[in-house]
Design a protein around this ligand. Structure first.
Ligand SMILES: *Cc1c(COP(=O)(O)O)cnc(C)c1O
Length: 353
């Protein structure tokens, strides 16, 4: 058996359930299909409050289900959906909140759960980045109605392609479970329009190998973050994503925010200079969803209305980060950035910007 939830998929699910401390863990072919299925299985309609500062798949899952995303600005310190902006956006058509733990930094889970409860909304977490993250000492995975993890190539736990849906509520088990198997409960009388989102045994085997390394990887990444911040905070015009007291981020990515006037040049010029130094970075998440071609219909609607999202998306750089990076490498990257800043005026004159 190389698919259809055989031995290794079941083992992987069980070990994830134990690690995350949740009642149910359903493996998926990837997180995008997991998000699609969760959204469909929960029977959402109308509008879903969410963030424009996320990976495309969060919003694609809503769009594939004919739901309208309603964007609320992010907290400028944590980069996560800001609970303070939500209530004023709730209408009679709102049925859910979908939030992303950005780069593994846990959302304001309690505030979001409180709002969802008050207005009778479903709460889904895109936990693609957050495997191993902790909110106030508790692992991400059991919050809201359902959380969805990704095991695709840029994440910490990589199974090739893969995902995981986790939750605690028994009443959701049947509909979420059959969703990844075409909506088929076993007798081919499909209960709703499901999907094929089955994890393959090969992927589960890889996941089983890597799962025991996750805590060490996260410890290392948090140490790497401290080293980066220690060096980079000596430079003008750089700030960092805030991880709130008591929370642990998986640090899927380590980001910096450039203040162009203080730093001496804009993000894109710095990225070009770093690339010339053979230091490869990512502009996650730029463009934000409402500025993407695929979502051009939202561009006018939201232009200027999500100031923190737009400023952070425009000025963010994710620096090189892997779980076994040496201090030497970090210092090299810091020195390159310091040197680029030192020569900012000359570089800009030469580039003709
Ligand atoms: C990677 C990612 C996804 C999609 O995960 P896949 O497993 O590649 O489908 C969804 N949301 C976020 C925030 C992601 O970073």
């Amino acid at each position: 058996m190389i698919s259809n939830f055989s031995k290794y998929c079941r083992q992987f699910e069980e070990q994830c359930r134990n690690y995350l401390g949740v009642n149910y863990a359903l493996s998926q072919s990837n997180a995008t299909s997991g998000l699609l299925i969760a959204t469909r299985a929960l029977g959402l309609t109308g509008e879903v409050i969410t963030t424009s500062f996320t990976f495309s798949a969060t919003i694609h899952a809503l769009s594939w289900n004919n739901l309208t995303p309603v964007f609320v600005d992010i907290d400028p310190e944590t980069f996560n959906l800001d609970p303070k902006g939500i209530e004023e956006k709730i209408t009679p058509r709102t049925t859910a909140i979908m939030a992303t733990h950005i780069f593994g930094n846990p959302c304001d889970v309690e505030e979001l759960e409180c709002i969802a409860k008050k207005y009778g909304l479903r709460l889904i977490f895109d936990a693609a980045h957050a495997f191993g993250s902790q909110y106030q000492g508790k692992r991400i995975g059991g919050f809201g109605d359902v959380e969805i993890f990704s095991f695709s190539p840029t994440k910490l736990l990589v199974t090739g392609e893969g995902g995981l849906m986790t939750f605690n509520n028994l009443t959701l088990l049947n509909s979420l479970k059959i969703g990844r198997d075409y909506g088929n409960p076993g007798n081919y009388d499909c209960q709703y329009v499901g999907f094929n989102s089955k994890m393959q045994e090969f992927c589960a085997i890889v996941g089983l190998q890597l799962l025991p390394t996750i805590d060490e990887q996260i410890r290392n990444r948090n140490r790497i973050r401290e080293l980066y911040i220690g060096h980079l905070s000596t430079l003008r015009g750089i700030t960092f994503q805030k991880i709130k007291e008591g929370n642990l981020s998986s640090l899927k990515d380590f980001s910096i925010i450039i203040n162009p006037s203080l730093f001496g040049m804009d993000r894109d010029t710095l990225v070009a200079c770093l690339t010339a130094e053979n230091i490869h970075t990512r502009n996650y998440f730029y463009p934000p969803i409402h500025q993407m071609t695929a979502y051009a219909n939202f561009r006018l609607l939201y232009e200027g209305k999500l100031p923190h999202t737009e400023r952070i998306a425009k000025n963010i750089i994710c620096l090189p980060m892997h779980s076994y990076m040496s201090e030497d490498t970090i210092i090299k990257i810091y020195r390159a950035i310091a040197r680029i800043q030192e020569y900012a005026v000359e570089i800009i004159a030469k580039r003709g910007v």
